[in-house]
Design a protein around this ligand. Structure first.
Ligand SMILES: C[S@@+](CC[C@H](N)C(=O)[O-])C[C@H]1O[C@@H](n2cnc3c(N)ncnc32)[C@H](O)[C@@H]1O
Length: 289
């Protein structure tokens, strides 16, 4: 693991919201709940949400590699509605533990796992202070979670602490230079006559929970290295928001968005701008001492 000046410099951006702001936001509705969890019964809602999730994000399962959970000790941080947690459960891990900052996310996931008959432990818990012992897990997974927590570097250090030597972390955080970010910048900075608004302000104010952050590839690597994890791969992924697919932009409706959705050159963007994705997919390993 690298040492020296580069490693010691703090990683920007810094937090602009408190943890209770973040908890209040996600406790109103879990991720995907309003847009995709539709149906008359809970079972129908969970099935629709999962189906839409994996249709819109076909790269997710390839990155997570749920099947590798078989016989392992697995932790998911920020379970939300629990679709991915259920996939980990189906892989038959030795133990499966999940936390979320919100009672709502834990309740959804607990009910979902009970209905599927999949054993697990769930708790309301904080990524920055995980309620688990050191070196307890082979796999730690967090999809779209750690950039919402005010002290993201601390959450990465917690991931390193709870992993066994040789264990692997698979973490998605947001990427700074994305089509999603640029669209939000056009809408909320340029069109409001404030072209000098920084991308960090755009993400923290207009994307999801207050204070949401985004990172460059170099910062993603640094988050790992400063935490004591070795980055195995850090790559950018265009997501359905960048491609204006699914029910994106519920917070940002307007004629301009409808026009853009109709005209968006998705195939061309995938071909020529894969580096402008919102997702940073990070796989990292805890070194064997
Ligand atoms: C965008 S949602 C993602 C949920 C789920 N992983 C998914 O992909 O659907 C973010 C989730 O992270 C949780 N979260 C935010 N900060 C957290 C923290 N410090 N500790 C644990 N969970 C956190 C929120 O409660 C919310 O459920």
């Amino acid at each position: 693991v690298a040492k020296g000046k580069y490693m010691e410099a703090p990683i920007s951006p810094v937090a602009t919201a408190t943890k209770s702001d973040v908890q209040a936001f996600w406790n109103k509705a879990s991720c995907g709940e309003e847009a995709y969890a539709q149906g008359d019964s809970d079972a129908e809602k969970w099935a629709r949400q999962a189906a839409e999730r994996y249709r819109l994000e076909p790269y997710l399962a390839k990155f997570a590699r749920f099947e590798e959970g078989a016989g392992k000790d697995v932790l998911e941080i920020g379970v939300g509605m629990g679709a991915d947690f259920q996939e980990w459960g189906k892989a038959k891990p030795r133990t499966l533990y999940g936390v979320d900052l919100t009672p709502r996310g834990v309740d959804h996931t607990r009910a979902r796992m009970a209905a599927a008959g999949l054993p697990c432990t769930l708790a309301v818990g904080d990524a920055e202070n995980l309620p688990v012992a050191d070196a307890a897990f082979d796999i730690v997974y967090a999809w779209g979670v750690l950039h919402h927590s005010p002290d993201t570097p601390k959450a990465f250090r917690e991931v390193a602490r709870v992993l066994r030597p040789g264990g692997v972390a698979r973490i998605m955080v947001y990427h700074t230079w994305s089509l999603t970010g640029l669209m939000l910048w056009v809408r909320y900075a340029l069109m409001k006559g404030k072209p000098f608004t920084r991308m960090r302000t755009i993400y923290s104010t207009y994307l999801e929970s207050p204070g949401t952050k985004a990172y460059t590839v170099a910062e993603g690597r640094k988050l790992c290295l400063q935490a004591g994890l070795v980055p195995v791969s850090v790559r950018i992924q265009l997501n359905h928001g960048d491609l204006l697919q699914g029910k994106v932009g519920q917070r940002h409706q307007g004629r301009l968005l409808s026009v853009a959705q109709a005209l968006w050159p998705r195939r061309l963007l995938k071909l020529v701008m894969p580096f402008l994705g919102l997702y940073l997919l990070i796989e990292a390993q805890k070194p064997v001492a």
